[in-house]
Design a protein around this ligand. Sequence first.
Ligand SMILES: [Ca+2]
Ligand SMILES: [Ca+2]
Length: 372
Amino acid sequence: MLMKTGLCLLLFLPFALQAQLLRPGDANNDGRVDHLDVLAIGLSFGQEGPPREPPFQGIDWMLKPFELWPGGLPGTMVNYGFSDCDGDGLVTVEDVEALQMNYDSTHMDSQPPPLPWTPPDTAFLSALPRLVFTFDPDTATVQDTLYLHIFYEHPFGLPLEDSPLGVAFTLEFDETLVKDSLTVVFFPDTVSDLLFAAGATGFADARAVPPGMVEYGAAGKGQPALTFSRPLGVVRFIIEDIIVRPDTFWTDFKVDVAKPVMINAKEQIMQFGVLVDDVVLFQELSAVPPPPAPLSVRVYPSPVLDVLHMESTESPLARVRIFDVFGKRVVDREMQGQRQVDLSATSWPPGFYWVNMLGENGRFAVQNLVKL
Ligand SMILES: [Ca+2]
Ligand SMILES: [Ca+2]
């Protein structure tokens, strides 16, 4: 009898020593804590499994040994244990706090090792859900606050079981147009059936995502939550002080929706549509102090065929920009204090152009130009 027990111990000991390891917050075990992990927590919501041993509970960014749970995410099979970020043996709202605390942290030392998160596709849907992004107001001026509303539009006739459990995407925009550190994501108030995560001020406490982007994720608690049309949040941008002359140029503030992902309760990728507003930024004339005397420059020849010569006679140059008649930028060059620059114009379509030259002394010149 004693011998038999000894044999059992020998057999089981090697397995017990092969510890599984996780980093709190990387719920889909892809090596980074981000907005996508809220989808894994949504899919695992309410699952129970072995809690972590007391010294290894908590959501601090330490490698935590844990025991594999009996199941995993329905599509990718990532073990449910990764979603129990705080290690209490139950996947709940509290586990989302690890995403906030460790946002944008990366690692390669989990066990099983991290793998790219690649859920399977669904079959074709006859009725497509849609994400609609609308700016409020639709034009903005310097120092203005601009709100981007995120709205989920549910299609008529999509059965409950095929409805989305969650959605995630990245917004990309020109960071020079907004005060990036002040970009905030607000989640809808009084919503109890959704979990949220975002890579922007207001959620990601510890770290900000790189400039010019906002990451967003929302997921139902173990079941489809996008079963009716509903608001999903608001992104607040503060417009940067930019030098845009209302009589000459205008600038589009465009937001691109990158890497959009919608999943159902089986962790399958769903097709969906995206609709985004444009907003035009400009500086109101009344808000601009009286313009200084223009920078003294020479731009020649005009008409130009191949090489355009530009020189500033009074100050080294800080920046040179050239726009076509439609306001599209064809040249945008930061200068290293040179007083002159030659540009090849051979690839520009024939037409009228505006040359905007900014001197290091803060004065600027606008010249028109014809390209043959
Ligand atoms: Ca992750
Ligand atoms: Ca937990």
